[in-house]
Structure formats: C-alpha cells, structure tokens
Design a protein around this ligand. Structure first.
Ligand SMILES: [Zn+2]
Length: 409
C-alpha cells in the first residue's frame, strides 16, 4: 500500500543489520507529534511503523493506515523521538551476572532505571565491560526488552588516583582491575584492550579525589597520558568522554582534545566566558548531570555554567549519572535544573534526541521522527505546552517499533 511520506527531516535512512523485526505494521494514531525539537506539532497525527522503521508520519487526514496494522490509540498524548541518556552506569549489584539472570528480572531492572523514563539509547560511561556486553547481547537478541547500549567499559584513572567513592564502594578485586596508566604507552595499551574487547568509547577520569590520612587530596592525570589515550582512541574511531571535576581537569580535556565532558565542573568560580568560548570552539559536548551536584553549596552557580554554555551555542547532551545515582527520581530534578539553566522544552528535547544522536554518529537513524529513521519513540501523556513536566509522563517507550515499556496506570 502506498503511504504518504509527509515529513522527511535530517535523518537520512541507511540500510543496517540488526535483530529481525516483526513485519506486521503498527499505527500510532491520534497523537500530537513533535517530529523534531523545534518542528511545529502535528495535531491528530499518525505514525506508521514497519520493519522497525518509521514508514510514514503526518496528519491523520493524509496517512493511509494499512488494514493489517496493529493500532495504538494515543489520543491525548505527545509522541517524540526516543530519548538518549549519555551518562549511565550498569554497576549496581542488580546488573551482576547479566549473562545468567532471568530475563524478566533484567527487563524489570531496565524498565525501572531507563525505559520507564523514555530512554531508548544509553551511554554507559563505566562498568565491567564483559558484563555490560552480556547485557547488551541479551537485549539485541530480542530476549530482553531494553535500550541500545554504548559502553566505555572500565575507565582510565590517574596513577594512584582511583577516587575514594570508587575505591571505597567497589569490591577490592574489582578495584584492582581499574586501569591507572603510569605512562603514555600504558595508556595506549589500556585503550587498545578496551576497544578490542568491545568498548564503544573511552572514559578518562582527569582529576579525582583520593583519601590520604583522612583528607581528600586531588590527583590529576598526566597531560601526556591524556593526549596519548585520546589520540589512540581517535585513531581507533572511538570518542572520548572525560570526568573533569575542576578547571584543571577541564584544561586537560581541552589540551587533550577530549570530545565530551561527562559532567560540568564543581568550581564555578573558574568557569569564565573565556573557558566557555574555548569549549564551544573545540566543539566539546557537555553532559551537565546537574542533579548530581544538587546537594552542593555552590549548586546554583554550577547551574549557571550550563546556562552560559547553552547561550554560547555549546552542544549539550543529556545525562544523569543514573546507576551511580541510585535515586532514579533524580531525572525529574535534572529537568527542573536544566529549565532553571534557561533551556526551553525544544532545547531540552534537543539534548535528549538529535544532539546526542549527532554526537555518537547515529543521526542517520536516531534523534528525530522521519521516514526511514529507527522507530524509537516515546509516548508522553499530555500535549504541549505542558512545560517540561510532560517529559516525565511516559506512557509507552518503543525501540525499533517494539513496545519496550508500558506504564501500568
Ligand atoms: Zn558516572
């Protein structure tokens, strides 16, 4: 049947090999559709999903619904592209032995942490690589409903610089595995091992706090080690995310050509307009993780860092550090804090969708609702303008056209 393709945006479809997708079409009907963050809403819209892709999208009056399609009536809802969370961790005990856990248990854990919040793609910035790859394998086989996972595997730390909140919480046998390269050659080898084992990106801790005689002392990664690790990662085609902590770490990130700051910095007095200009000029992406800093005395000023980077046109990609943060409701605080940083609903959607898709080279498939793009969708209860609260009202999450989360109420 001929389907009218009314909306063709920045996603350029390309063939790709993934798990087999059921061929029966699915029609989402009656929704307000935001095909891209700033696109005018389509009211009473229809999305046809076929073979895991968007086959058609437009006003209901202009779209033919295949007679054999399953219908998902989503009147009173808004449909947006699937969300990305660019800072997560699969390190809580619930993820251990991912190869053997009952699939229902893994699915419930994934729903609780990610898919109930609309995340269809996540970037794990530090975990035991083999275990996370086991989890990914079970998701990609179709056995466990879950998000697409990109993973950094084990991060690299400064020599003698495993932070106290890692060394004092992880089992000693795991702490012993953490790479703390002492030389540029060791850093290159650590990157090579990580990538050969299946890592999609490299994570560096540039400045960390370690406990010495009861006091927290800061340790920095040697600049030559940073440069060597980044250059090797880039040679292998992998992006690098870094944990800067302070302006010292941020300077290391800039001089080392790091791609992504996995947090903003904790010393806002050093976040100057000159720093903002240099970060923006270097096209460094910023993952704010503002809720993580919420309890700190200077958290208001840390919010201002994000405000100035957004105002300067810097790329902001959404991330929460969930998994390290065991309070999953921090997501709501993150949206509130980003709103206080001046981000509008379209800007928030940009950080959740097309900006991370571009950052990770998936804009041909992900980040907007367009014919040929992956049918990664979030169905939100309500219609704009409802403010940013709507982003937390997830009724359904779909990945590649499959419903991977349904709200129970
Ligand atoms: Zn983290």
């Amino acid at each position: 049947m001929f389907l009218l393709a009314l909306v063709e945006l920045r996603c350029e479809p390309q063939p790709r090999q993934e798990k087999p997708i059921a061929s029966k079409p699915l029609a989402l009907i009656g929704a307000t559709i935001l095909t891209a963050p700033s696109a005018p809403p389509i009211v009473d819209g229809v999305i046809i999903v076929e073979h895991g892709k968007i086959a058609a999208v437009g006003p209901g009056s202009a779209i033919s619904i295949p007679s054999r399609a399953d219908i998902l009536d989503v009147r009173g809802h808004t449909v947006v592209a699937g969300f990305w969370n660019c800072h997560v961790h699969f390190i809580e005990p619930k993820w251990s032995d991912a190869a053997q856990q009952p699939s229902a248990q893994l699915a419930a854990n994934l729903a609780q942490m990610l898919t109930s919040q609309g995340f269809t793609s996540v970037v794990d910035t530090g975990s035991l690589l083999a275990n996370t790859l086991d989890l990914r394998r079970r998701i990609e086989s179709g056995e466990v409903p879950g998000p697409r996972i990109l993973t950094a595997g084990l991060p690299l730390y400064p020599k003698d610089g495993v932070p106290y909140y890692v060394s004092e919480t992880l089992p000693p046998e795991v702490v012993k595995l953490l790479p703390t390269p002492a030389t540029a050659d060791e850093a290159v080898r650590a990157v090579d091992v990580d990538v050969a084992a299946g890592a999609d990106l490299i994570k560096l801790f540039l400045v960390t706090g370690v406990r010495v005689d009861g006091r927290i002392v800061l340790k920095s990664m040697d600049p030559a080690i940073v440069r060597a690790a980044v250059s090797e990662a880039h040679r292998l085609g992998k992006p690098v995310a870094a944990h800067p902590s302070t302006i010292t770490g941020l300077e290391l990130a800039l001089t080392g050509h790091v791609d992504i700051l996995a947090h903003t910095i904790q010393d806002p007095e050093n976040w100057t307009s000159a720093v903002v200009s240099r970060l923006a000029a270097a096209h460094v992406a910023l993952v704010p993780t503002l809720a993580l800093f919420g309890p700190m005395d200077n958290s208001r000023r840390i919010v201002e860092e994000v405000k100035s980077y957004a105002a300067a046109g810097g790329r902001i990609i959404f991330g929460t550090d969930v998994g390290f943060l065991s309070d999953y409701s921090a997501l709501k605080r993150e949206f509130v804090l980003l709103s206080e940083a001046g981000l509008t609903l379209p800007q928030l959607l940009e950080t959740l969708t097309i900006a991370p898709a571009r950052q990770f080279g998936r804009e041909a498939h992900s980040g907007c609702i367009a014919v040929g793009a992956d049918a990664d969708l979030v169905v939100l209860k309500g219609t704009p303008p409802d403010g940013t609260r709507i982003l937390t009202q997830v009724s359904y999450t779909l990945r590649a056209g499959q419903i991977i989360y349904t709200a129970t109420e």
